[in-house]
Design a protein around this ligand. Structure first.
Ligand SMILES: C[S@@+](CC[C@H](N)C(=O)[O-])C[C@H]1O[C@@H](n2cnc3c(N)ncnc32)[C@H](O)[C@@H]1O
Length: 369
């Protein structure tokens, strides 16, 4: 069964529309809820060309919906529209000119179908996402161009529109990014600005849809528990291990709350038992420690005494050694004196003996004469 958009698209007459085939299904998914509203819708399309798409939106959305197109091509100003609620302006959709032109206006849907140059896609998003109403959509068409080198893209091109959209995904998850060295250098201002308002970044073939939250996020999302039966994972177990801040923001349904109350009460009782046992162990350790402290003090006094005795003995040994050295010195001097005396005696005896020998020889000689 063909969708309303498909019918409108295929039966369209007049100004030419230029879309890819898969977009019909994508727009059916993304725009049906706006088409069914009971109030006029407002849509902005960057890139008008022949103006057919503006006419299509005019037919799709409820009566009196405002369809606004901008294009840099001045010929676009000559396009004729039968729908009086379609308006076009010749203006660059990537500069502040569009912000000035549309100041104070907001849109349920903004479609970027402009130059498809990566830097233009990024620039238009930065300028225009603020004009999307809460709950509205910012749609980027022909994103395959983000892989074309000629349009400033490429799979490894840091500044491609795809990489920018990846950064939007990072922003959506900014609450979970640790402020550790690995993430140092991240553009925190960018991350937090979009974190508050980006509710969804969806990718289709060649199309990205960024949904603005109906209500800006004022705090990180919280975890919610419901139900009371935990056959596999016992919630009270992992709740214990949860970081305090996350535990503080946890939401519980009343059934889950009651079950967790029981679980937590028995956990508290178990912990109380553990605490009592620990207190008993602590007391016994305290008395062991007091005993050891006394032992240490006693041993320390004995060690001090032994140290003093050792010192005394060492001093006595030194004195004894000095005494011994003095005695040795004295004995050496006495021996020296005795030897000298004996040497003197021997010399004198020898002199006396040699004098006698000479006298005898002289006597012998005189007798022979
Ligand atoms: C792919 S066509 C638009 C097709 C049209 N939306 C449709 O669905 O039939 C791209 C248009 O974007 C316009 N364009 C290119 N750069 C632009 C810019 N910086 N601001 C506004 N329009 C731009 C071109 O002049 C061109 O008309």
């Amino acid at each position: 069964m063909s969708s309303r958009i498909e019918e409108l698209f295929l039966s369209h007459e007049g100004n030419r529309i230029d879309k890819w085939e898969q977009y019909i299904k994508i727009y059916e998914i993304e725009l049906s809820r706006f088409a069914q509203l009971e109030r006029p819708v407002s849509l902005l399309e960057i890139g008008v060309q022949n103006g057919g798409s503006l006419e299509l939106w005019g037919k799709l959305f409820p009566p009196r919906s405002k369809i606004h197109g901008v294009d840099i091509d001045p010929r676009v100003a000559q396009i004729e529209f039968s729908n009086p609620n379609i308006r076009v302006d010749i203006i660059d959709g990537t500069t502040d000119a569009i912000v000035d032109l549309l100041a104070g206006k907001d849109f349920d849907v903004i479609i970027d179908d402009g130059s498809h140059v990566s830097k233009d896609i990024i620039s238009s998003f930065r300028k225009c996402f603020g004009m999307v109403r809460p709950g509205g959509l910012y749609i980027i068409e022909d994103l395959h161009a983000a892989y074309y080198e000629t349009l400033g893209g490429g799979i490894f091109e840091e500044h491609s529109a795809m990489n920018f959209l990846k950064k939007l995904l990072d922003a959506m998850h900014a609450d979970y990014i640790d402020q550790d060295p690995i993430n140092a250098g991240a553009d925190l201002e960018f991350l937090h600005r979009y974190n508050r308002v980006v509710g969804r970044v969806s990718f289709y073939d060649s199309v990205a849809v960024i949904e603005k939250l109906a209500k800006p996020k004022s705090q990180p999302y919280r975890r919610v528990l419901s139900g009371e039966v935990s056959t596999t994972v016992n919630a009270s177990r992992w709740l214990e291990a949860l970081p305090r801040p996350q535990l503080g923001t946890m939401l519980l349904s009343s059934v889950a709350g009651q079950q967790l109350d029981h679980a937590l009460i028995s956990k508290i009782e178990e912990l109380e038992g553990n605490l009592k046992a620990a207190a008993i162990r602590y007391e016994s350790l305290e008395s062991d420690m007091a005993f050891l402290r006394r032992e240490i003090n006693q041993n320390r006094a004995q060690a001090e005494e032994a140290k003093a005795a050792l010192k005394k003995a060492e001093m006595a040994a030194v004195q004894e050694r000095e005494k011994l050295l003095r005695i040795q010195e004295l004995e050496r001097a006495t021996m020296h004196q005795i030897i000298e005396e004996l040497r003197g005696k021997a010399a004198r005896a020898y002199n006396a003996w040699s004098w006698k020998v000479r006298a005898i020889n002289r006597l012998k000689a005189s007798r022979q004469l």
